[in-house]
Design a protein around this ligand. Sequence first.
Ligand code: NAD
Ligand code: ZN
Ligand code: ZN
Length: 362
Amino acid sequence: VIRCRAAVAWAVGKPLSVEEVEVAPPKAGEVRVKIVATGICRTDDHVLEGHFVDVDFPVIPGHEGAGIVESIGEGVTSVKPGDKVIPLCIPHCGQCSFCWNPESNFCLKSHFSEPQNLMPDKTSRFTCKGKQIHHFLWLSTFAEYTVVPEYAVAKIDPAAPLDKVCLIGCGFSTGYGAAINTAKVKPGSTCAVFGLGGVGLSVVMGCKVAGASCIIAIDINKGKFAKAKELGATDCVNPQDFQKPVQEVLTEMTGHGVDYSFEVIGHADTMTAALASCNMNTGVCVVVGVAPAGSMISFDPVLLLCGRTWKGSMLGGGKARDFIPRLVSSYLEKKFNLDLLITHTLPIAKVNEGFELLRAGK
Ligand code: NAD
Ligand code: ZN
Ligand code: ZN
């Protein structure tokens, strides 16, 4: 058993509290990882706000981490102690029908099919003050040590700087992959990205690498526009500067609407606005944002009639154990500059300050 620090969420709506926790050794098929760095994704904030019905408290959140394998359970063959790894928000078991399907990355071991508040054997590896603490997405990267199933961890290049590539654990891969894998953005195309957080800015980077000629970045926080332009946005739009709906603004700017639109906020109304912003024939709208549990959308079905496509994307649509290490290698080859996404670096003791910065749009 390892004693270390972790940021524990004891109840909905409460700040995290940094506690000493006990982390049990990995059982068969599991891996214990020393987490070196973790990002804060808006999804972690959704957890603290109680947006997810399938998250049980007390819980250790965090799912955008990178670390080093400390020990392995019986039967683990794909990683060994000392390997640099990224824990995977979408597992990749390699055995289920969706892992076999070349079109899908949504493994049947993922959280929509299997609860991940406890390990697969329905027990927890975390305790604190004599109480069992729940896992989050099997990852719980807000702990200095965590235990994950072998099929939810990917070995990465040993040269990777863990304080940078942790972003490949969720935000970067999600946004970049939504453009490259899910939308399959074509050279010379027009794109609109709704929401310029870490994930939306990564969509902008993906559209740029794919060769889009027009990338319109949309946010109500104009403080995000300079970074969006630096990463490849050609135009920036603040919907609050207009009387008419943003979809009309974008349609006027582009003639018939963009080729690809992305919702990277997590609101039902911006999801329908993004749909209406892509052209009615070949337009593709990708939903990346996670709306609060119970959200419903009503929309005019005529929007889909002429051929528009509405689709979703999880972790950028790539098969995690192949896609994540490949992105790490592309980063090391300088295909994109992840470092520009990092705004602040804080020690674990200041984790709540990190959430304040996120909520303040910084
Ligand atoms: P973030 O909060 O950092 O960014 C959201 C941005 O949207 C902010 O810049 C905010 O100002 C802007 N915004 C809010 N309301 C707006 C509006 N009405 N119009 C225009 N802009 C608006 O969040 P993030 O970490 O980048 O995550 C974005 C979303 O993606 C979240 O919902 C998160 O849960 C989700 N997510 C999904 C996946 C996936 O696999 N599908 C993975 C990671 C995150
Ligand atoms: Zn995330
Ligand atoms: Zn699978």
